[in-house]
Ligand binder design. Structure first.
Ligand code: SAH
Length: 346
């Protein structure tokens, strides 16, 4: 580990010893990086000059803002960030009554192949480092001057496919000495990597686990999500029950409604039957159509009917408010249109 912004305080202490300096410097450096959000050693004014010079051998990860789009409807901001190797990723800032929420990416691209998702079309480019996940939040907070209170890992990428970096990210984000965001205000969304979901349950974190379910049975789920061929719905739902048992955290099920595919009364009833008894909440969202695929969003009426049907079966359900609908569409589309543009300019 040489990426200084991905280091825990303990690791920084070891580094200080290796550099022949005092361990207490670790806390100072950590605070500059994760609390004051500085991007250069020269800003770390309480460090001796000699140490600052030595530290320059450890470049500080700082994302460059390549583009920001601001919604005229609700003020949602969509950021396109450039990584040090030239890759781009996107993040979103949404303002709610209860605070500011940032949606971050966990990978550049994705290899999960969900049929309705724009982020996976070009495949996986690479995993993001913990520092690159953190810095999406840091740069947004620094640029807007507004405190970020909630973080959702629902942007591009499958966070549990980048498990170690993701865990490191959660610890640095939520522990003392950094932004110290409450774990209860962090949500991670997964397409359902069962072994990793079980590993996460053992970590005994207080973060919310959201499962992208999107279907009431294996056959329909397999049509939408290749991962469903690897893990059955029974296995995925069992992993959700286990997560609740180990952490006491209620599960969120994400359900994107696709017209004529998963949005009928029968689908709602079958879904209710499958998730009954799990301490959960269902989030409904009409699918965001992407031009590469022919999926159509469910009508407003179909979404409403689906909700009522689930409620009648005793399931907690909300229709997710769509934010920033004027500044692109589904996840991954800003990054994708940027990549297409730069590709065509070559
Ligand atoms: N890989 C993780 C997190 C990223 S996707 C996961 O699969 O959960 C975040 C959420 O957006 C997931 O529920 C995903 O299924 C959903 N999603 C992706 N593309 C979408 C689209 N075009 N319309 C609606 N929801 C979409």
């Amino acid at each position: 580990m040489t990426d200084i912004k991905s280091m825990t305080i303990e690791e920084l202490k070891t580094l200080m010893t290796e550099l022949g300096d005092k361990p207490f410097r670790a806390k100072q450096i950590y605070s500059w990086l994760h609390e004051h959000l500085v991007t250069s050693y020269d800003e770390m004014t309480n460090l001796p000059k000699g140490l600052r010079e030595k530290l320059k051998a450890y470049p500080i990860t700082a994302l460059e803002t390549a583009d920001v789009q601001i919604s005229e409807i609700d003020g949602t901001r969509k950021y396109l960030f450039r990584l040090s190797d030239g890759n781009v990723i996107e993040s979103v800032l949404m303002g709610y009554k209860h605070g500011n929420s940032v949606c971050i990416s966990s990978q550049a691209g994705c290899r999960m192949g969900c049929r309705f998702c724009a982020s996976t079309i070009g495949g996986l480019t690479r995993n993001l480092l913990a520092s690159e996940m953190l810095d999406q939040i840091y740069r947004i907070q620094a640029q807007t001057g507004e405190r970020v209170s909630n973080v959702v890992v629902m942007g591009t990428g499958e966070p549990l496919d980048n498990y170690d970096n993701f865990l490191r990210f959660v610890h640095i984000l939520t522990e003392d000495g950094g932004l110290h965001i409450s774990q209860r205000n962090v949500t991670v969304s997964t397409c359902g990597l069962v072994p990793r979901m079980n590993d996460l349950a053992e970590e005994k974190l207080q973060i919310t686990l959201a499962l992208s379910l999107h279907a009431p049975n294996d056959i329909k789920r397999q049509e939408l999500m290749p991962i469903a061929r690897k893990y059955s719905m029974d296995e995925v739902l069992q992993a959700c029950r286990n997560y609740f048992e180990k952490t006491g955290r209620r599960i969120t099920f994400e359900y994107s409604l696709v017209a004529g595919v998963n949005d009928t009364d029968e689908d709602a009833e079958e879904l209710a039957g499958r998730i009954r008894g799990i301490n959960c909440h269902v989030n409904l969202i009409p699918v965001n159509p992407i031009k590469e695929r022919s999926f159509a969003r469910s009508t407003r009426q179909a979404v409403e009917n689906f909700k009522i049907k689930l409620e009648k079966c005793g399931i907690n359900v909300t229709i997710r408010r769509e934010m920033g609908s004027d500044i692109d569409g589904a996840c991954g589309q800003l990054r994708k249109s940027y990549l297409e543009k730069t590709e065509s300019e070559k």
